[in-house]
Design a protein around this ligand. Structure first.
Ligand code: UD1
Ligand code: CA
Length: 483
């Protein structure tokens, strides 16, 4: 643990996020590139390996707590019942820590649950400057092109930070300031507690502003410093859905750029979307209109897209996946998927297997070189190596109550338009005839046929559909002259 390891990071995430106009989701649970807003804040905070990590929850806290318990089980929460301001939120977190006998000593970092572009590296730089300068408080600031909505940084004649003024409380001249408060701070724990006790609600919003602690500390003779973010976009705070989309675009551009720098060809970065968890090998190619979500992995030299959405999907080296939606699938080396395939959880394609055009595969394994080329549904099935499934076939896996398995051996050739009524097994090297409904097991090497004999009723059209084009064509074919 380095000397700069903070005693605690407190993530403020209790606010309602009124400006999101969201009925079902609290602001901090809106997703950006595979993580919620609060998830990004926690991930950045974890990079500091703090001794305590507390998320202040309030608005729709059951949802936020359930999400944190699922995704970050080690993180604790402090409940702020009423959202009386950022200062009050921090006081609530410190009281919670104290009640657990874990009152922080040393540096406390405060971040917000609505700044998803903030990185662990930026937080670490803030903490290092805070320690290096021996400050009581250090604020992360940024020079932004448009400071609307943010607290403005007021500096004194010697350029030192004197105070932060919220937009709603600012004078015309103060509003013109383009250096803003990111909402991220490092504090000396003890001095923070003392300053918070002095914060009043004497402002336009009637809230306890955390930002007031800076002026309080300065006035009491303590050092207050600032770190200006190298890239102002790092501190973008999300208050509405326009900013949410902007943050997503910026983060995505970073993720796509990183992939390209590591050897992935991205043909059209503007229409390619990466989640933070996506991993890849060199020479993967991503074609336009492709979204890669969750723990998707691109193997060396694979080609994905155009117009494909892959979630938690592994793409093997040299595989190709076109115009496909895939969730929870494993695509083997040199396998081919699509165009227009739908792979669902548990779809596993071995090396050189194929799921072709208009094919849906769920909870099924395709052995090496096995092919389902056209218009088929394969659910709850095992298909052996090098077997070929004829076009328009269905593994009929559902009896209305239970699901059943279809097992097809290796080197089988099943006919087009087969229904495999599961549970059913087709042995190695067996064939089935086109149009068959396979209800019984087919032994290895046998031909399974299940369809009625065809009969032709001669002259039916002439008798039953006289005067139609069909009747005329039939008559012509029979060599008769029409008058
Ligand atoms: C706040 C800052 C502002 C800064 C901006 C950066 C204050 C008074 N203002 O303004 O200087 O430029 O962030 O984005 O600090 N929260 C709670 N409990 C509360 C109130 C807020 O947990 O009682 C949380 C919110 O969930 C949010 C964060 O604190 O994650 C910031 O609150 P928000 O209402 O978005 O503050 P801003 O008006 O953006
Ligand atoms: Ca905000």
């Amino acid at each position: 643990m380095s000397a700069n390891t903070p005693a605690a990071v407190i993530v403020l995430a209790a606010g309602g996020g009124t400006r999101m106009k969201s009925r079902k989701l609290p602001k901090v649970l809106h997703p950006v590139c595979g993580r919620t807003l609060v998830g990004h804040a926690v991930a950045a905070a974890q990079e500091l390996t703090p001794r305590q990590l507390v998320v202040v929850v309030g608005h729709q806290r059951e949802l936020v707590e359930a999400h944190l318990a699922e995704v970050y089980p080690g993180v604790s929460t402090a409940v702020q019942l009423e959202q009386k301001g950022t200062g009050h939120a921090v006081r609530t977190a410190l009281a919670e820590l104290a009640s657990r006998g874990e009152r922080p000593e040393g540096t406390v970092v405060i971040t917000t649950g609505d700044a998803p572009l903030l990185t662990g590296a930026t937080l670490a730089a803030l903490v290092a400057a805070h320690a290096g300068q021996g400050n009581a408080a250090t604020v992360l600031t940024a020079e932004v092109p448009d400071s609307t909505g943010y607290g403005r940084i007021l500096r004194d004649a010697s350029d030192a930070v004197a105070a932060i003024v919220e937009e709603k409380d600012a004078t015309e001249a103060q509003r013109a300031v383009r250096e803003i408060n990111s909402g991220v701070f490092a504090f000396d724990a003890e001095l923070l507690g003392e300053a918070l006790a002095k914060v009043t609600t004497d402002n336009s919003q009637g809230e306890e502003y955390l930002t007031d602690t800076l002026e309080i500390l300065r006035t009491a003779g303590h050092r207050v410093g600032a770190v200006v973010a190298a890239d102002h976009r790092d501190v973008l705070g999300i208050n509405d859905r326009v900013q949410l989309a902007e943050a997503r675009r910026i983060l995505n551009a970073r993720l796509v750029e990183r992939a390209m720098r590591e050897g992935v060809t991205v043909v059209d970065p503007a229409t390619t979307w990466f989640d933070v968890q996506v991993t890849y090998e060199p020479d993967a190619v991503v074609l336009p209109g492709t979204q890669l979500h969750g723990a998707t992995h691109l193997g060396e030299g694979c080609e994905v897209g155009p117009n494909s959405t892959l979630t938690d999907t592994t793409v093997g080296a040299g595989a190709s996946v076109s115009n496909t939606t895939s969730i929870g699938a494993e695509i083997g080396e040199l396998a081919q998927v699509g165009p227009y395939a739908y792979l669902r959880p548990g779809a596993k394609l071995a090396r050189k297997a194929k799921a072709g055009t208009y094919v849906e595969i769920k909870n099924s394994e395709l052995g090496e070189g096995a092919k389902v080329p056209h218009l088929s549904y394969i659910g709850d099935a095992t298909i052996g190596a090098h077997s070929n499934i004829g076009a328009a076939s269905v593994t009929v896996n559902y009896d209305g109550v239970n699901k059943h398995r279809t097992t097809i051996g290796a080197h089988c050739r099943t006919g087009s338009d087969n229904m495999f009524i599961a549970p059913v097994t087709v042995g190695d090297g067996a064939y089935t005839a086109a149009g068959s409904v396979i209800t019984n097991d087919v032994p290895p090497g046998a031909l399974g046929v299940s369809r009625a004999q065809q009969r032709n009723i001669a002259g039916w059209v002439a008798r039953k559909r006289p005067g139609t084009d069909s009747a005329r064509a039939a008559a012509e074919a029979a060599g008769e002259q029409q008058s």
